[in-house]
Design a protein around this ligand. Structure first.
Ligand code: ADP
Length: 551
């Protein structure tokens, strides 16, 4: 049909449009970053398709992005010869925001005042940023799977509705035409436009051309992927800019790892540790932030088998030469080469962390404060690297108690007194309650350090610690023979006075259905009595956890 159909935006979309236009008023130019990123994604997709599907003869087309402006019409046009969209896709992608994070996005926009620009890209509302500068947007697109006649024209003023009609399009791909608002004519200026594009597109792996006043195409980015350069050829600033473009944030990374690995497997790594957890906690757990490339061609992101879970905060790219290009996600899920890659990448990351923990403790503390709780999944997940992981763990303890102060197991071991046989720990809901436990009184008095485990994951993690360099972990709340030896100033050979014996009998009698035994202890100094589980029993903290989950 040739008729024009009118649709309403999904109600949340309207709300987002309104909010975005108002909140991003001072940083209008990011609409270009967003549209270029979309075009680049569309080019990635068609390139991937052309490799996996030999019927599509597009591999040799020059995949690129073109930007032109028309001063008379007051328009900017961003075109790509990427994968394009059919009618259904246009409606789905540009008419609704089906992502579950939408509500969260709205509320973070309201709360989070200085971080708005960061949030836009991460929520996939990128396209809508067009309406910050334009009062009318046209998208003319044709899917790679469709004929010229099936081109789709989408139009909207960004207020409440949009229209869709068929309109012939000769080439596959998408053009976005922005009719600029009266007050945003500055973007028609060739130099201004060129500057912005340069800023946001240096790390796009397709050529971006701008049409100049004489109607000639001028390429404005270098397209050689950053990671393919040698380390010595890349400036610190370039690494940082790449990261910002990659993650769509404005924060510097904490550190990066760039390696050209040759050997059984030839691959390149460019990995980053962010300087803090994403401001979007609900996005944090979904998929990891690694993009897989094969011979510089983007294949897919979030491949679960490429990185262990406890390192999921790592962002970056892995570019492998040894995988066949026409590989599917299913095959990659249990592929030997991927398995080897994962092992090798994990080792590389752990090595760098180990190095930093020695050479730059401040940096390491920042890392630990942000990602420690995720990293603590390591001992359970990765048996092969158990020893390294244990060395990288950091703890609060009786003697290391403020925000910035942590102790490693190596240092704990060094500080042990000669008679000490175990690494002592206590678990609890938070540092204050755990560290005030009566079980710790005697340890404090005797200057023996105890690890304070008060993170939610700790109680679970501690089951996987088992021992460190042969020294067993021991909860101070559990019965422990070695303690009497340790605190030998209270000689336990001393006869128990008769009054105490009688008292014990009395208590036993009264509580006989509730308890297993009553014993004298020298562990307490200020508190008269405590309840302890037997050596092999579940700890009280664990019991609480089971009760909490209804067991
Ligand atoms: P995001 O890019 O984060 O998914 P957008 O709102 O910017 O969010 O775009 C929504 C979707 O619209 C994209 O995921 C993509 O499927 C589609 N899209 C946008 N621009 C293009 C384009 N130039 N070519 C093909 N598809 C596009």
């Amino acid at each position: 049909t040739k008729t024009k159909e009118i649709y309403n935006f999904q109600s949340e979309t309207k709300e987002i449009l309104k909010l975005m236009i108002h909140s991003l008023y001072s940083n209008k130019e990011i609409f270009l970053r967003e549209l270029i990123a979309n075009a680049s994604d569309a080019l990635d997709k068609i390139r991937f398709l052309s490799i996996t599907n030999s019927n599509l003869n597009i591999y040799n087309t020059n995949l690129s992005i073109t930007i032109e402006c028309n001063k008379k019409e007051k328009t900017i046009i961003i075109s790509d010869n990427g994968i394009g969209m059919n009618k259904k896709e246009v409606i789905e992608n540009l008419g609704t925001i089906a992502k579950s994070g939408t509500k969260n996005f709205l509320s973070s926009l309201n709360k989070n005042n200085d971080n708005k620009t960061n949030l836009i890209g991460q929520f996939g509302v990128g396209f809508y940023s067009s309406f910050i500068v334009a009062d009318h947007v046209t998208v003319h697109t044709r899917s790679v799977h469709n004929s010229p006649k099936e081109g789709i024209l989408w139009q909207s003023h960004g207020t409440g509705e949009y229209s869709i009609e068929y309109k012939e399009k000769k080439e596959v791909g998408t053009s976005v035409i922005l009719k600029l608002k009266e007050q945003n004519q500055e973007f028609l200026d060739h130099w201004r436009l060129k500057n912005i594009i340069q800023k946001y597109s240096e790390y796009i792996n397709f050529s971006i051309n701008i049409k100049n006043e004489k109607n000639e195409l001028e390429q404005i980015n270098k397209t050689q992927a950053l990671w393919t350069h040698k380390r010595t050829e890349i400036k610190e600033k370039q690494y940082i800019e790449f990261y910002k473009n990659f993650t769509k944030t404005s924060e510097d990374p904490l550190l990066w790892i760039h390696n050209h690995v040759e050997g059984n497997q030839t691959y390149i790594l460019l990995l980053y540790i962010p300087s803090k957890l994403s401001s979007l906690p609900w996005n944090q757990d979904k998929k990891n932030g690694i993009k897989l490339y094969i011979q510089k061609i983007f294949i897919m992101d979030g491949l679960e088998t490429l990185l262990p879970n406890y390192l999921r905060f790592i962002k970056g790219i892995v570019d492998c030469n040894d995988l066949p290009l026409n590989i599917s996600r299913e095959i990659l899920q249990n592929n030997k080469i991927i398995e080897i890659l994962k092992k090798s990448i994990t080792k590389k990351i752990l090595n760098v962390l180990e190095k930093i923990s020695v050479t730059d403790q401040k940096k390491y503390t920042t890392f630990w404060k942000n990602f420690g709780t995720i990293f603590k999944e390591g001992p359970a997940e990765d048996i092969n690297n158990r020893i390294t992981i244990l060395k990288l763990l950091r703890f609060h303890s009786i003697q290391h108690h403020n925000e910035e102060q942590y102790i490693s197991l190596e240092n704990y071991k060094k500080n042990m007194v000669p008679e000490q046989k175990n690494i002592y720990f206590i678990t609890g809901d938070n540092y204050i309650s755990a560290s005030n436990s009566p079980h710790l009184e005697i340890f404090k008095k005797n200057n023996i350090d105890v690890l304070i485990l008060s993170d939610k994951v700790d109680e679970w993690m501690v089951n996987y610690l088992i021992d460190f360099e042969g020294i067993k972990f021991q909860s101070v709340t559990k019965h422990d023979q070695n303690l009497n030896l340790l605190f030998k100033n209270h000689d336990n050979k001393e006869e128990i006075p008769i009054e105490i014996k009688q008292l014990i009998e009395k208590i036993k009698n009264i509580l006989k259905n509730e308890i297993k035994d009553v014993q004298p202890t020298y562990k307490l100094t200020d508190t008269p009595a405590v309840l302890v589980p037997d050596t092999n029993e579940m700890s009280t903290q664990m019991a609480k956890l089971f009760i909490a989950v209804g067991q």
